[in-house]
Ligand binder design. Structure first.
Ligand code: SF4
Length: 323
């Protein structure tokens, strides 16, 4: 058994842009552009970046909820990119997703028992009595009660709904959970409860998480390592401790400077990024961050920096990472 549960190699997801008189393809949006990373068993890898940077598309592409344009994804040693639809359906028992908006992802006409039972029915698992028992167990595991099984999604608070979303993801006893902004829609006071629940579940059930968020302070709470995405690419990836104590990429530094710190002496100089995120349909040449980077040089405008390990598994894509 390898240490890595998930290996993602050169993943790409491009969307064609059509137009013109004949409605042909006139360009592509590079939503995910050559992304590679690994996630170890029992680890949480955080993936952060601004809205539209490709982090959610990465999560969905590796689960093949949307089909990637190119690249390979190995899960537990199996190349999932090469699986048939039926083989992939079986593989999804081990690879589940928790969505940002639990309300949108729960069928409002079904009670919780039916919602939670559904994955078991789809995969032909258990008798009716066994499925109902599993529903009761999972409700308790996520901190709800067995009587909640008869209620409907609209009868729950946002935090409770996300607990139901997590219970549904756990019904098939998966190994990997892709958590796509699982607390972004929740009040701050509820966020830490759901994050604590996810950490307890990881410890008790041996889960591996890919945790997607736009907020570095949320990711820090839960991640062993963090990857920072910008315009479809990972620009820095290292341990959580390294990222926060020794960020090397100017974009990471800018994101971190916006995170409030409880220690005023440790307050970072605020870096205000100029301009907006460029369109992924027309990304800048060279380093795609060069239009907003305070340290840009001529080389940055023409040459794409390698995404390289600069020591101890600290990866960064910047020509000036040493300065
Ligand atoms: Fe900035 Fe250049 Fe580094 Fe890109 S390569 S982040 S433009 S210094």
């Amino acid at each position: 058994m390898t240490e890595e549960l998930l290996v993602v190699k050169n993943l790409k997801k491009y969307y064609p842009i059509t137009g013109g008189v004949l409605g042909g393809e006139i360009g592509v949006v590079k939503a995910v552009d050559d992304v590679s990373f690994t996630v170890k068993r029992g680890e949480t890898l955080g993936l952060v970046g601004e809205s539209g940077c490709g982090k959610s598309t990465t999560g969905r592409s590796l689960l093949r909820l949307i089909e990637p344009t190119a690249g390979e994804v190995y899960f537990d040693g199996v190349n999932v990119s090469a699986l048939s639809i039926e083989e992939m359906r079986k593989m999804r028992r081990d690879m589940q997703i928790v969505f940002q908006d639990p309300f949108a992802s729960l069928n409002p006409r079904h009670n919780i028992e039916k919602i939670l039972e559904e994955p078991l029915i789809v995969h032909g698992m258990g008798s009716s009595a066994e499925r109902k028992k599993r529903v009761q167990e999972m409700l308790e595991v996520v901190g709800l009660s067995s009587y909640h099984a008869r209620r409907y999604p609209h009868q729950f608070s946002g935090g409770q709904r996300q607990r139901i979303g997590i219970a549904r993801a756990l019904m098939l006893n998966p190994k990997l959970i892709v958590a796509d902004e699982p607390v972004s829609a929740l009040d701050v006071s509820i966020q830490s409860q759901v994050l604590n629940l996810m950490q307890d579940l990881q410890r008790d059930l041996g889960l591996t998480y890919l945790f997607i968020a736009h907020d570095l302070s949320v990711v820090r709470h839960i991640s062993d390592r963090v990857g920072v995405m910008y315009l479809g690419r990972i620009v820095e990836l290292t341990s959580s401790a390294q990222l926060y104590s020794n960020p090397l990429h100017p974009y990471t530094k800018a994101l971190l400077s916006a995170v409030p710190t409880p220690d005023p002496d440790a307050a970072r100089e605020r870096v205000i990024l100029q301009g907006d995120v460029p369109s992924p349909a027309n990304p800048p040449s060279g380093c795609t961050f060069h239009t907003r980077c305070p340290h840009v040089t001529d080389e940055c405008r023409t040459t794409r920096p390698l995404f390289q390990d600069v020591g101890d598994g600290h990866f960064v894509a910047c020509h000036l990472y040493k300065s």
